[in-house]
Design a protein around this ligand. Structure first.
Ligand SMILES: Nc1ncnc2c1ncn2[C@@H]1O[C@H](COP(=O)(O)OP(=O)(O)OP(=O)(O)O)[C@@H](O)[C@H]1O
Length: 325
C-alpha cells in the first residue's frame, strides 16, 4: 500500500486534534530565523496516546506549545474538535485552551512555591468557575491524600509528588487532550515508572487523549499507541508503536532505536548509531534535513525534500530511501 502528499496521517477512530502544516520560527538576529518546526502534520484520535520522540532541539516542545498557541504558529492549522485554534483570540482562545492542558518536564518549577497544594489545584476552577468540587477527587486520583497534602507547599514534596500535583492541576478542568512534555525525564527512574503507570490509569478513568513527548524512545514506546519521530523541525516517520519498533523505515528512526540500551525495547543489539550533533536549525540542510548524518544519503536527498508517504497500514515515512520490509 502506498500513497503520498500532505496527508493527515489518520489514526483509526474519531479525530480530536488535527494539526496541519505547522510552522514555528524564532528570530535569530541579523534577519535570520530558527526554523524550529517546519511543516509538521498529525492527527490524534480520541482516547489514543500519540508519542512524539526525537533528540534535544528537534522541536518537540515548540510543537507542544504551538498546539496551545503559546505562541501561535507562524502558519498552519490546529483544530480541536473541529475548532480552528489559530483563528481564535482573547476570551474565545482562553476558553478553548482550557480543554487542552499541559504537563511540564520540571514539576517543581512548574508549581508556585508560595501556594498551598489545594490552592494550586483549585486555581483553574477559581478562574473558570468550574471544577472546584473536583479538587479533592483529583488529589486522591493522583495518589495524594487530600487531608494531609492539600495544606502543604511544593517544597515539602518530592519531584514525583510535585508531578502528581501538576497532573491533578491539569485534570481538574476536565480537559479533552493533555499534552505531556517530557513529564518524567526530570525524575528518578523508579519514580518515572510510577508516574507513567499513573498517567495510564488516569487516561482510562477520565477518557483522556494524550500527546506524550519525550526524547527517550523506550519511554515513549511504553505509553504510546502511535509514535511520531521528529528531526530538526520535521517529521521523519509516523507509525503504530509495533510497526515503528519492528519495521523502522527511516534511517533516523533506526538510529534512534539503535541508541536505546540493549534490552530496553527487547531488541537485538544496536547495529547502527549516528554520531555528531544535528545541524543548526538556523541554516537547516537543503532537501532532507537528516541527510548530513544519514548513512543512506544520496544525491536526491540534497536536492528534493522528501514528503510523508504511506508505506503500510498506519505507517508513514518521509525518506527517499526508506527500508521497507
Ligand atoms: N524562544 C525561543 N527562541 C529562540 N529559539 C528557540 C526558542 N525556543 C526554542 N528555540 C529553538 O528551537 C529549536 C527547537 O527547540 P525545542 O525546545 O522545541 O526542542 P525539543 O525537541 O523540545 O528539545 P528539548 O528536549 O531540549 O527541549 C531549538 O533549536 C531551540 O534552541
Amino acid at each position: 500500500m502506498a500513497g503520498s502528499g500532505t496527508a493527515h496521517l489518520r489514526p483509526a477512530g474519531e479525530v480530536v486534534l488535527r494539526v496541519e502544516d505547522l510552522f514555528v520560527e524564532f528570530p535569530a538576529g541579523r534577519g535570520r530565523s530558527v526554523h524550529a518546526v517546519s511543516g509538521v502534520s498529525f492527527d490524534v484520535a480520541r482516547g489514543e496516546t500519540l508519542g512524539i520522540v526525537g533528540e534535544s532541539g528537534c522541536g518537540k516542545s515548540t510543537t507542544a506549545r504551538a498546539l496551545m498557541q503559546l505562541p501561535p504558529p507562524r502558519r498552519g492549522s490546529v483544530r480541536l474538535d473541529g475548532v480552528e485554534l489559530t483563528a481564535l483570540r482573547g476570551e474565545a482562545l482562553r476558553a478553548t485552551r482550557r480543554r487542552l492542558q499541559m504537563i511540564f518536564q520540571d514539576p517543581v518549577s512548574a508549581l508556585n512555591p508560595r501556594r498551598r497544594v489545594r490552592d494550586i489545584v483549585a486555581e483553574g476552577p477559581r478562574i473558570w468557575g468550574t471544577g472546584a468540587d473536583r479538587v479533592d477527587e483529583m488529589l486522591a486520583a493522583v495518589g495524594l491524600d487530600p487531608a494531609t497534602a492539600a495544606a502543604r507547599r511544593p517544597h515539602e514534596f518530592s519531584g514525583g509528588q510535585c508531578q502528581r500535583v501538576s497532573i491533578a492541576r491539569a485534570l481538574v478542568l476536565d480537559p479533552e487532550v493533555v499534552i505531556c512534555d517530557e513529564p518524567v525525564s526530570a525524575l528518578d527512574v523508579s519514580v518515572q515508572a510510577q508516574i507513567l503507570t499513573l498517567l495510564e490509569r488516569l487516561k482510562e478513568r477520565y477518557r483522556l487523549t494524550l500527546v506524550f513527548i519525550a526524547h527517550d524512545l523506550a519511554v515513549v514506546r511504553n505509553v504510546s499507541d502511535r509514535i511520531l519521530v521528529m528531526y530538526l523541525g520535521k517529521t521523519c516517520e509516523l507509525a503504530s508503536g509495533d510497526a515503528l519498533v519492528e519495521r523502522p523505515a527511516h534511517p533516523y528512526t533506526r538510529a534512534l532505536l539503535a541508541s536505546v540500551p540493549r534490552g530496553g525495547l527487547g531488541l537485538p543489539p544496536a547495529d547502527r548509531l549516528i554520531s555528531g550533533e544535528p545541524p543548526s536549525p538556523v541554516t537547516p540542510p537543503s532537501g532532507c534535513r537528516f541527510r548530513t548524518r544519514c548513512p543512506e544519503a544520496g544525491p536526491e536527498c540534497a536536492a528534493v525534500e522528501p514528503v510523508m508517504r504511506r508505506i503500510g497500514e498506519d505507517h508513514w515515512v518521509a525518506c527517499h530511501r526508506p527500508e521497507v520490509r
